[in-house]
Design a protein around this ligand. Structure first.
Ligand SMILES: Cc1cc2nc3c(=O)[nH]c(=O)nc-3n(C[C@H](O)[C@H](O)[C@H](O)COP(=O)(O)O)c2cc1C
Ligand code: SF4
Length: 817
């Protein structure tokens, strides 16, 4: 009998006791199973082999994982730090791993660690480093990249940030793959792996204490670190902060107390310049400017100060053409050079003199090297024994050299005398830009421009807020400045990119009588041109040829002009009143100021940070200067009418600041506080600073702020009140109660009385030239436009008040008081 055929599912045992149906299953499936297993094994092996053979191909983290972030340090500097899905938990800094030097130089990532070698110092410098966790490892090296920049209109600032971000996202900063063996001590490390790049630090040269970075290298933020300086320099044919920077480098180089190559311990430097080839060609451009001239100069000075440690030649970009592409190319080369330096390559030191242009300085170098340097404080010693040199001479040399006399004149005679140039030369693009904007340039540093309210008044369409508040008729007023230069870069200033910026007066000076005559001629010339404009009233046109008031508030900083007092006296002698606005950055000049009919100080913020953000002052001690100016203004309040001018910029200096402004009023005790909404000028600077129409407050918002400020003043027991308004100019006046006389505000000025008092030559105060009561229509709550008087006719664009009676218009336009 045949044994029964086993069916699937039947469990029967064979003679060995094994399950018969499992055996059958194996027979049926063994081929596919074996193939699958073999393939899996092959895949695993292949992967290990690929990883072992191609470590350099390990991909850096994707950009989405790597988000460089700018963070402000307590000292005001900006550090680029990373925020990414961490690869190794402690990895906040990334190591550089070199690539083989064969083939085109590209940095492609990490490499497996090698066994220990003697450790040469990176770039010949004696550096060590921190590890990935930020702990100090005595013989590991770190490299700190500084990206320095200067910027007047904002573009170089953006390029600097971008450069730092790009460097940071490059393989210089990508981590090496995990080492196969964790070394016990730092001696076990490959020397090529000892250089770690710290996150780049971006620094604005315009605000930096240059002594901390350019007399000796920056003190590293972590120990055992050496630095690389990358400088992004725009060129300005007008005076700009770059001049101060170059002057600093030059002074450092020529300072006989300082080593001629004080920055030699830097790992290296490189410069990239921004310029405009169209306006300033390679050869001599208009106004003496040269394409990227100042960047080239910075490059030359840096070469001298570092002993020629130029990592990569100067790069240059034309902002109207190839700036982005050139910067990218320069960065890519730089990365290769940085990579080599980190791997131990060195830059040979030399005297830093690159061309014939520098022969004079080479001569200086030679002198400085043969003649020992001496610190003034060491002079006592020098009389007794041979002077020590820096670097130290050998003992034998010291013995053989006799004492060398110290000649203090050597330094000054060998230095080229600083060139004094014109602030706005006639042939310069600045001159052209300003004249295109309607300015008449007077002499070399003054300007005059017709204000839109002058035109409006000539046509019988109303004067500006100065008429409502102080009785100034706009067609009798000239707006001018004896200094087109300023020491701030206010975000709302409408003249940026065209005017010189500087902290000190370093231009030729025009005489005050020439400026006044030139300004008046320029003003009258512009008035004449309005003769044919429809609506110009004959009587006002005739009156306009006798200027009665001068607003020294056009642009720039009038008290910068060295002869401002003489200029003011000349105005007053012609019975022209003076309204002078200064930016609270020049306390010395403010203190020296004599009589002004009404003296203004711009108060653009209530606290230091806000002021830095909105005024972007060039002075490092801007806040101290600002407070000092308030003190001076307070001291002047018994001699003249003093005013705080607040320009409100939504999102910058309104929110939560009323209390702060009240505190400043308490300090300065001005006679008046003028509060004005910012006027949007739409320049590239304002756009660059993030200013848009949204930053312009509505009149209602200005009024709200004024009420808050008034309450804050009341809480402090300060005797002020809201006196007048001019809704059309978005302007409100808070006045000291001294001007609330017999139950009425008296903000208008008696100009004739002012001149008379001046002519009498005796001491007088602001209450001695108070005029008649403020007009009822100008008082707070009434809008500030004289619609009930027949003298002027209010003109509304877009038919806003068409068909309304004067009373209806007055009601519609009445302020929010
Ligand atoms: C008033 C003025 C003067 C300039 N002078 C020069 C010059 O002499 N040479 C040059 O190459 N570029 C010159 N430029 C172009 C600037 O260097 C260029 O616009 C640069 O990007 C400005 O940088 P910033 O926006 O960071 O201030 C000038 C630009 C202006 C507005
Ligand atoms: S102080 Fe005046 S001129 Fe100077 S930047 Fe500010 S607004 Fe412009």
């Amino acid at each position: 009998m045949l044994p029964p055929v086993p069916r699937m599912g039947d469990v029967s045992l064979d003679s060995d006791g094994r399950s018969i149906d499992l055996l059958e299953l194996w027979h049926a499936a063994r081929i596919p199973l074996i193939v699958a297993f073999a393939l899996a094994l092959l895949a695993v092996n292949l992967r290990s082999w690929v990883l072992a053979r191609k470590p350099a191909d390990v991909a850096p983290p994707s950009p989405s994982k790597l988000e460089p972030q700018l963070s402000a340090e307590p000292d005001g500097s900006v550090v680029l730090s990373e925020k990414f899905e961490d690869i190794s938990p402690s990895s906040k800094r990334r190591k550089l791993s070199p690539v083989p030097k064969t083939g085109p130089k590209r940095i492609t990532g990490g490499q497996a660690r090698k066994k220990k070698q003697p450790s040469p110092a990176v770039g010949g410098s004696d550096v060590a480093a921190v590890d990935e966790a930020g702990d100090v490892l005595p013989d590991r090296k770190a490299i700190q990249i500084y990206v320095f920049y200067s910027s007047l209109t904002g573009s170089t600032a953006k390029y600097a940030t971008k450069l730092a971000e790009d460097l940071f996202s490059q393989p210089l900063y990508t981590p090496a793959p995990a080492p196969p063996v964790v070394p016990e001590t730092s001696d076990d490390l490959d020397p090529h792996e000892k250089a770690i790049f710290l996150p780049p630090i971006v620094e604005n040269l315009d605000y930096l204490d240059l002594d901390d970075y350019f007399i000796s290298p920056a003190a590293p933020k972590t120990p055992n670190t050496t630095s690389v300086y990358l400088l992004l320099i725009p060129t300005y044919e007008i005076t700009s902060p770059v001049d101060a920077f170059l002057e600093h480098l030059s002074e450092t180089h020529h300072d006989f107390r300082i080593d001629t190559r004080p920055l030699r311990s830097l790992l290296g430097f490189s410069v990239f310049g921004f310029g405009d080839k169209e306006g300033w060609p390679i050869e001599e451009g208009r106004g003496g400017g040269i394409f990227c001239g100042q960047a080239k100069e910075a490059d030359r000075w840096m070469a001298k100060l570092t002993g020629g440690k130029r990592i990569f030649p100067i790069g240059m970009g034309d902002v109207k053409d190839d700036a982005v592409a050139s910067l990218k190319e320069w960065r890519e080369h730089l990365e290769v050079a940085l990579h080599d330096l980190a791997g131990g390559e060195t830059i040979a030191e030399y005297n830093g003199v690159d061309s014939e242009d520098d022969e004079d300085i080479a001569q200086d170098d030679a002198t400085n090297q043969t003649e020992p340097l001496v610190d003034v404080e060491d002079l006592g010693d020098s009389i007794q024994k041979p002077l020590s040199t820096n670097p130290q001479p050998s003992k034998s040399k010291r013995k053989s050299k006799p004492p060398i006399p110290v000649d203090f004149t050597t330094k000054s005679s060998s230095r080229p005398a600083p060139k004094i140039k014109e602030m706005v030369p006639k042939e310069s693009p600045t001159y052209n830009a300003l004249t295109k904007q309607g300015y008449t340039i007077v002499g070399s540093h003054s300007g005059v421009k017709l204000c839109r309210w002058t035109k409006s008044a000539l046509r019988g369409r109303g004067s500006c807020y100065k008429y409502s508040f102080y009785g100034i008729k706009s067609h009798l007023c000239m707006e001018t400045t004896p200094s087109l230069s300023c020491s701030n870069k206010c975000v709302f200033c409408w003249r940026h990119g065209t005017n010189p910026v500087s902290t000190t007066w370093n231009w030729t000076v025009d005489p005050p009588d020439m400026i006044l005559q030139g300004a008046m001629d320029g003003h009258y010339q512009k008035i004449k041109m309005l003769k044919g404009i429809p609506g110009v009233r004959a009587d006002r046109f005739a009156e306009a040829f006798r200027i009665r008031h001068c607003a020294l508030s056009l642009v720039g900083e009038p008290i910068f002009y060295p002869h401002i007092n003489e200029f003011l006296s000349m105005l007053h002698a012609r019975r022209i009143s003076s309204f002078l606005v200064c930016n609270a950055q020049h306390p010395d000049q403010l203190a020296r100021l004599k009589y002004v009919t009404q003296l203004y100080v711009s108060i653009d913020a209530s606290n230091k940070e806000s002021l830095r953000r909105i005024d972007r002052p060039l002075h490092r001690d801007f806040w101290e200067r600002f407070l000092k100016c308030l003190e001076i203004l307070r001291a002047k309040r018994d001699r003249m009418r003093t005013v705080f001018r607040l320009t409100l910029v939504k999102g910058f200096n309104i929110e939560e600041e009323a209390e702060g402004y009240a505190a400043l009023v308490e300090q300065g005790l001005p006679a008046f506080v003028e509060i004005k909404g910012v006027t949007y000028c739409g320049t590239s600077t304002s756009v660059g600073a993030g200013l848009t129409m949204r930053n312009v407050p509505f009149y209602e918002e200005v009024c709200e702020f004024v009420k808050k400020l008034n309450e804050a003043l009341e809480r402090r027991g300060l005797k002020y009140g809201i006196a007048a308004e001019h809704a059309h100019s978005c302007c409100v006046l808070i006045a000291s109660n001294d001007y609330f006389i017999d139950g009425r505000w008296h903000t208008v000025i008696d100009y004739e009385k002012f001149f008379q008092l001046l002519e009498e030559g005796r001491e007088f105060g602001p209450l001695d030239y108070v005029g008649p009561p403020t007009e009822e229509w100008a008082v707070w709550g009434n809008g500030g436009f004289n619609v009930l008087q027949p003298a002027d006719e209010r003109v509304y664009k877009k038919g806003k008040h068409k068909g309304k009676t004067a009373q209806e218009v007055a009601e519609a336009e009445s302020g929010c008081g």
